[in-house]
Write a protein that binds this ligand. Structure first.
Ligand SMILES: [Fe+2]
Ligand SMILES: [Fe+2]
Length: 300
């Protein structure tokens, strides 16, 4: 039985998330003999809202083979043409077809392909998208005609919606991996018919933040209901989370899913990999960010 190993990172939060990916993706790839890396990039820009083409280039340089999206996929204007013109950055499949980009991509590696599908949930999400179940069902005929290896990033808020998708498509795809809540869940397993599943991969960002954001403004909002500005937290310690998949190349089914959660006390932000950063080349994690979120509702 031939198998492949795929490393999957959850949402990268701002510069901290990108720096953690830059540090750990190459190491884990070497250490675990990984053939492909998938990462969710919807919060990777400096203020945590979206992604730019420069960040895509940086993540690709660090080993990402496919970058998935979510509710912030279209937040940065710069990335809209990139979404149309390239195959390595996805946005959720079930957005209206008139939106830029596509929800399906293929990682090509030494004669085989891995189909990657970016999909978004509807429960407790502010965008009104097509049914993710039907969208995935329609996409599968197209993807499975090309490869039995299919990995789905299901970007959703509600655990039950994610579990529902996992059970409904159990045995039809290699893995269904939840993103968006930024907190890794302890339920990673291979489902009865062979699909690897986790409700949420977790994030790469500041460990003692609130889903990657500074806690003080969010606490103020919770206590007073007053509008606040959200800021990416760049203070250590940090956490980087995801899973390592092992997949059977003939059946496409999962052999194993192993979560990883790395705690790091300090990371270094390098300008050359973080083109948007305005500070000096070696800026330490302790330095606070001036980049601020607009006031907005919950959920990243
Ligand atoms: Fe997110
Ligand atoms: Fe999100």
């Amino acid at each position: 039985m031939k198998s492949i190993r795929v490393l999957c990172f959850g949402d990268l939060i701002g510069q901290a998330g990108c720096a953690l990916f830059q540090k750990y993706a190459p190491r884990l790839k070497r250490e675990y003999d990984v053939q492909a890396i998938i990462v969710n990039g919807e919060n990777s820009v400096t203020n945590g809202r979206g992604i730019t083409s420069k960040i895509v280039a940086s993540l690709r340089h660090c080993g990402a083979d496919m970058i998935t999206g979510g509710n912030h996929s279209f937040q940065q204007k710069d990335v809209l043409p990139y979404l149309n013109e390239h195959d390595d950055l996805l946005r959720p499949l079930n957005f209206p077809s008139a939106c830029p980009g596509k929800g399906i991509g293929f990682i090509k590696f030494e004669g085989f392909k891995i189909g990657v599908i970016s999909l978004q949930g509807r429960v407790f999400m502010s965008q009104h998208l097509d049914c993710p179940f039907r969208a995935l069902e329609s996409a599968l005929a197209y993807v499975r005609a090309q490869t039995p290896l299919v990995i789905v990033d299901f970007h959703a808020e509600a655990s039950a919606e994610k579990m529902g998708l996992g059970h409904y498509f159990d045995g039809q795809v290699s893995a269904i991996l939840g993103t968006h809540t930024h907190t890794q869940t302890a339920d990673a397993r291979v489902l009865p018919r062979g699909t690897a599943f986790i409700t949420d991969l977790g994030m790469s960002g500041a460990l003692n933040s609130m889903i990657g954001m500074k806690k003080e403004p969010i606490l103020h909002n919770l206590l007073t209901q007053m509008p606040v500005k959200f800021e990416v937290d760049l203070t250590g310690p940090f956490v980087s989370s995801g899973v390592l998949l092992e997949l059977d190349m003939e059946t496409g089914l999962a052999i194993s899913i192993e979560p990883f959660r790395i705690i790091d006390t300090e990371i270094t932000f390098a300008d050359k990999e973080q083109p948007e950063m305005q500070s000096s080349p070696q800026t330490r994690a302790k330095k606070s960010s001036k980049n601020v979120h607009d006031t907005r509702s919950w959920g990243e």
